[in-house]
Write a protein that binds this ligand. Structure first.
Ligand SMILES: [Zn+2]
Length: 295
């Protein structure tokens, strides 16, 4: 689950070099809000896939499953775009980190209670953990991020190790549970289905999804590399409760609320209107300045 109660997930995944080479990455079109939403959708899907892989393959998990799922998701995102330019990849990854930073900031403004007891890390910790992994895998590009407020020197010292450790886990998963040849597997094990969206915002989100098939792309990659004991469904739904996403083991389904994607769009707009701190960090300004309207 993205926010709290339900979710529980893992750390490892596919070697995204092999997965990513099959097909192009989901097409990136549109402006800042659109891409911010798609990047956070991709992260959310991969996080839930982490839960799915742990459950279906009964993987051993050391540490918090939710943290493992986050690490899996960001490593897979990095590997799947390893051949893209830094100007494409860095903003894509920092959109995800920025999502968590924004969640934390908005919670603080609303003076919401902080659930220290939860099985998810706090949003601000998820932000710093993602920044650390992105830095660990791109230390040459992001050297100037070290010793800034988002990556204190003490944490930066362990990021390359953390990145390599998570990458090793992902490769281990691929090597032990993945199929080397996609051609040997019948694809279609993971299907994407859409509940008819409510008119208005949910319909708008549905239309954006039809134009940017992130879920279909990842469903195909997952289907072609892993043989699951039962069919898996990714379901986009209208949700009456809080916007969320979650893996539901009894029905072998990943649910994504249209409302969560709408929430991502709103966070993107908020982030651009509150970009002074990010714009004050030169390396973020370099990669994100045009998107955040840094002056
Ligand atoms: Zn989760």
């Amino acid at each position: 689950m993205r926010h709290s109660f339900l979710c529980a997930v893992l750390v490892l995944f596919m070697s995204f070099s092999s997965l990513a080479d099959d097909q192009a990455s989901p097409v990136l079109k549109g402006g800042w809000e659109h891409n911010f939403m798609l990047a956070n959708l991709e992260f959310t899907l991969l996080h839930e896939f982490g839960h799915l892989l742990i459950e279906e393959f009964k993987l051993p998990v050391l540490g918090m499953e939710e943290d493992a799922a986050d690490r899996l998701a960001i490593i897979v995102m990095m590997r799947s775009r390893q051949h893209d330019s830094a100007e494409q990849v860095i903003p894509w990854l920092f959109s995800v980190a920025g999502g968590w930073y924004t969640e934390w900031e908005l919670k603080g403004k609303a003076q919401e209670q902080v659930d220290y007891w939860d099985n998810h890390n706090l949003e601000i910790q998820r932000f710093h953990n993602i920044v650390c992994l992105v830095f660990g895998g791109n230390a040459d590009l992001l050297e100037d991020l070290m010793d800034t407020e988002i990556l204190p020197f003490e944490r930066a010292m362990t990021c390359e190790y953390e990145y390599k450790q998570a990458l090793h886990a992902v490769n281990w998963l691929q090597n032990n549970y993945g199929h080397k040849s996609a051609a040997k597997l019948k694809t279609g094990g993971v299907k994407v289905v859409y509940e008819k969206p409510h008119e208005g915002q949910n319909k708008m989100i549905f239309d954006l999804l039809q134009a940017s098939p992130v879920a279909e792309t990842w469903a195909k990659r997952l289907s072609s590399r892993f043989k699951f004991p039962r069919p898996i469904r990714i379901e986009f739904e209208n949700c009456a409760s809080a916007p969320d996403a979650y893996w539901h083991a009894p029905t072998a389904s990943v649910t994504i609320c249209y409302e969560l994607l709408s929430h991502f769009l709103q966070m993107a707009e908020y982030r651009r209107q509150h970009s002074a701190r990010a714009c004050g960090i030169p390396v973020l300004r370099k990669y994100m300045g045009d998107r955040l309207n840094c002056t």
